[in-house]
Design a protein around this ligand. Structure first.
Ligand code: ATP
Ligand code: MG
Ligand code: FE
Length: 354
C-alpha cells in the first residue's frame, strides 16, 4: 500500500511517499525535507509564527515534489497521513489541514499520526524490527525510554524530569556561542575537544529507574564557561566535548537499567532489540555509548540512518501505513494537538475521529 506522509510539527516542511507490502516490508519511494533553518537562524531558535507561515508557503511544492519523485499521483495513493501533534500548533494545523483536503478530494483514508509514534516506528521501516522492543526516544522536545508492545501500545519506563536532551544540546550550544541548531554544532565542536579538561556532574547517574534530568548539567556548563571566559575556540571545544561525553554516559547508564528490566520481563526473547530514535539519535558519541551498553547485555541496537532520525515525512507515512494495515483510519474532524504523550495514543476506532 502506498501512503503519502506529511510532517510540519516543527521547523521542517516534509513529505514522503512510502510503500508497505502485505508482509510488512517498507520502501521509501520519496522523502523530501525542506528545512527552515535559514529562516530561524538569526533568532537562535525556532520562532513559531515564522515556522507556521513558512509551512504554508512551502507545503504544496514539497508534496508535489514527493509525488513527482515517487512517480505517482493522488489517484495511486491508498491513504494520506499527517502529523496531528505534538508540536508547534500552527505548523501542525497546516500539515493536517492539507492532508484532510487531499483525503477529502481524492477520497482517501486519513491517518492523524502522533509525531512520536512516527519516530518510534521508524525502525520497522528500515529494519523490519518485530514487537516488542525497547525504544530510547531522544529529540528536541522529548527524552523517553519506552516499551513498544505494538502499534498504538507504548509504555513509558523513563522520562526527563526537566529539559529534553535535544533542548539541552541546543541551550548548551547557545551559551557556548555555537550556531542553531545546537546539536550538530556541539558535535562538530566536540570532535576537536578534550572531554577530560572539565568535570561536569552526571545527573541521575546510577539511580534506580530510567528517568533523566539535564537542567543542572546545563547550569554546570554555564558556570564552567563563565569561569573560563573569554572562551577561545579550544575552550568551547573542550566544554562541548565534556558535555557530550557526560550526556552519553548518563543516557547509557539510564538505558542499562531499562535493558535489565526488559530482560526480566521478556526472558524468552533471545536477542532483544534496542531502538534509538529522534534527532539526537544522530549524535555519534551517544550512539556508540548505547551500542556498547546494548552489546554488553546481548541486545541488538537498531539505529535508523541519520536522515531518518531527524524529522521527516517518511516516518509519518510509515506510521500511517502501519495503522492502515490494522484497519485504522481517522475522521476528517481529527484534532491538531500541541501536546499528545505517546503512552496515551490509543488504537482509535475506525472513523471515530479520535
Ligand atoms: P520532538 O520530536 O520531540 O517533537 P523535534 O521534532 O523538534 O522534537 P527532532 O527534529 O527529532 O526534534 O530533533 C531535533 C533535535 O535534535 C534538536 O534539539 C537538535 O539539536 C538535535 N540534534 C540533531 N542532530 C544532532 C546531533 N548530531 N547531536 C546532538 N543533537 C542533535
Ligand atoms: Mg526539527
Ligand atoms: Fe521529531
Amino acid at each position: 500500500q502506498l501512503v503519502l506522509g506529511i510532517e510540519t510539527s516543527c521547523d521542517e516542511t516534509a513529505a514522503s511517499v512510502v510503500h508497505r507490502s502485505d508482509d510488512g516490508r517498507g520502501m521509501i519511494r520519496s522523502n523530501i525535507v525542506l528545512s527552515q533553518i535559514a529562516d530561524h537562524a538569526a533568532f537562535g531558535g525556532v520562532v513559531p509564527e515564522i515556522a507556521a507561515r513558512a509551512h504554508v508557503e512551502a507545503i504544496d511544492a514539497v508534496i508535489e515534489a514527493a509525488l513527482a519523485e515517487a512517480g505517482v499521483g493522488f489517484a495511486d495513493l491508498d491513504a494520506v497521513a499527517a502529523t496531528a501533534g505534538p508540536g508547534l500548533i500552527g505548523g501542525v494545523i497546516v500539515g493536517l489541514t492539507t492532508a484532510k483536503a487531499i483525503a477529502f478530494a481524492a477520497e482517501l483514508p486519513l491517518l492523524a499520526v502522533n509525531h512520536l509514534e512516527g519516530h518510534a516506528l521508524t525502525a520497522r521501516l528500515t529494519d523490519a524490527v518485530a514487537f516488542p522492543y525497547l525504544l530510547v526516544l531522544v529529540s528536541g522536545g522529548h527524552t523517553q525510554i519506552l516499551l513498544v508492545r505494538g502499534v498504538g501500545a507504548y509504555e513509558r519506563w523513563g522520562t526527563t524530569i526537566d529539559d529534553a536532551l535535544g533542548e539541552a544540546f541546543d541551550k548548551t550550544a547557545k551559551l557556548l556561542g555555537l550556531p542553531y541548531p545546537g546539536g550538530p554544532a556541539v558535535e562538530r565542536s566536540a570532535a576537536s575537544g578534550d572531554a577530560s579538561r572539565f568535570t561536569l556532574p552526571r545527573p541521575m547517574f546510577g539511580r534506580a529507574g530510567a528517568d533523566f534530568s539535564f537542567s543542572g548539567l546545563k547550569t554546570a556548563v554555564r558556570q564552567a564557561a563563565e569561569a573560563a571566559a573569554p572562551l577561545s575556540d579550544g575552550d568551547v571545544a573542550d566544554l562541548a566535548a565534556a558535555f557530550q561525553a557526560t550526556v552519553s554516559a548518563v543516557v547509557a547508564d539510564r538505558i542499562a537499567h531499562a535493558l535489565d528490566r526488559f530482560r526480566a520481563e521478556f526472558p524468552a526473547i533471545a536477542v532483544p532489540v534496542l531502538v534509538i530514535a529522534g534527532g539526537v539519535a544522530a549524535n555519534r558519541a551517544l550512539r556508540s555509548g548505547l551500542a556498547a551498553e546494548a552489546e554488553a547485555r546481548g541486545f541488538r541496537l537498531v539505529a535508523p540512518p541519520l536522515a531518518l532520525c531527524t524529522d521527516n515525512g517518511a516516518m509519518i507515512a510509515w506510521a500511517g501505513a502501519e495503522r492502515l494495515a490494522l484497519g485504522l483510519a481517522d475522521g476528517l474532524d481529527a484534532p491538531a494537538r500541541p501536546r499528545w504523550p505517546l503512552d496515551t495514543v490509543a488504537l482509535p476506532m475506525i472513523g471515530s475521529g479520535m
